[in-house]
Design a protein. Structure first.
Length: 234
C-alpha cells in the first residue's frame, strides 16, 4: 500500500484517485500503467468473447441515448487475426546491424523487439520484414531515423512513412538512391521520408480504402500521421 501523507493533495495525486486503473504502486513510487496494451501473442479463440464484452460496454455507455431505440447499434466483426492495417513504432537498436521495431511487454512494461505481429495485416508484416532488412544493410536509410508508420488497405497495397531527426542534406540523392529502391523492395505504392520542414515522396503519398456500405462503395483516404479506423471488417 502507498504511504499515507497529510496535507493538501497535489494535482497528480488527485489524478491518481480519479484514474485508479492508470496507476499502480511500484517500488516506493507511483508508476503509470497502460492496461490497454494488448498481449504480444493474441489468442484468436477469445476474439468473439472480447467483442461481445466491448459491445456490452458501449451499449451501457450509450444507454441513455439508445433508450428509445431510434438509433440502432450493431457490431461489425474484423478477422480475429491480421486485422490491423496501421502500425506506428519507434525503432529499437539492438546492435549496430541489428534493428527492430519496439513494443511494450504488457506484463513487464519493458521495451522488447518486434519483427512480426499477428494483429497486423499480411502486407504490413511483409513491409516490416523488408524494412528491417534494409535498415540493417543501408546506413543512409537508418541515419537519424526515429520511427516508421506503415499503412495498408484491403486491396493489399502498402504505404511506408519514415520520420527522421533532421532533414536530409542531399535530397535528390536520398530520394533516387535510397527511397525509390526501398519502395520497389517493399512492394509498396509509396514511400515518404519526413523531417523538420522536409517531406520527400517516392511514388504515391496516400492510400485509398474502399468501404462498402449498403451496396455502395465509398473511398477513404489514408495518409501518414492522420487518424483513421484501421481495423477493417471482412
Amino acid at each position: 500500500q502507498p504511504p499515507k501523507r497529510g496535507g493538501r493533495r497535489s494535482s497528480r495525486s488527485s489524478q491518481r484517485r480519479r484514474n485508479p486503473r492508470k496507476y499502480a504502486w511500484g517500488k516506493k513510487k507511483w508508476v503509470h500503467v497502460d492496461r490497454s496494451i494488448p498481449p504480444l501473442e493474441p489468442d484468436a479463440s477469445q476474439y468473439e468473447a472480447l467483442l461481445s464484452e466491448k459491445v456490452a460496454s458501449v451499449r451501457e455507455l450509450l444507454e441513455e441515448h439508445l433508450r428509445d431505440g431510434d438509433v440502432p447499434l450493431g457490431a461489425v466483426a474484423s478477422s480475429p487475426l491480421h486485422h490491423r492495417h496501421k502500425f506506428r513504432s519507434l525503432f529499437y537498436r539492438i546492435a549496430e546491424d541489428d534493428w527492430a521495431f519496439k513494443a511494450l511487454d504488457p506484463e513487464t512494461r519493458l521495451p522488447v523487439p518486434i519483427y512480426q505481429s499477428a494483429y497486423l495485416s499480411e502486407k504490413i508484416n511483409s513491409m516490416m520484414s523488408g524494412l528491417i532488412q534494409a535498415m540493417n544493410t543501408q546506413p543512409d536509410l537508418r541515419r537519424g531515423i526515429v520511427k516508421a508508420e506503415l499503412l495498408s488497405n484491403s486491396d493489399g497495397e502498402g504505404l511506408v512513412c519514415l520520420n527522421y531527426n533532421w532533414p536530409k542534406e542531399e535530397e535528390e540523392d536520398f530520394l533516387e538512391l535510397t527511397l525509390r529502391p526501398l519502395l520497389a523492395s517493399l512492394g509498396a505504392i509509396g514511400a515518404i521520408a519526413c523531417a523538420r520542414k522536409q517531406r520527400l515522396v517516392a511514388g504515391e503519398d496516400r492510400l485509398v480504402q474502399w468501404n462498402k456500405v449498403r451496396g455502395r462503395r465509398y473511398p477513404q483516404i489514408l495518409m501518414e500521421n492522420a487518424f483513421s479506423q484501421n481495423n477493417l471488417a471482412e
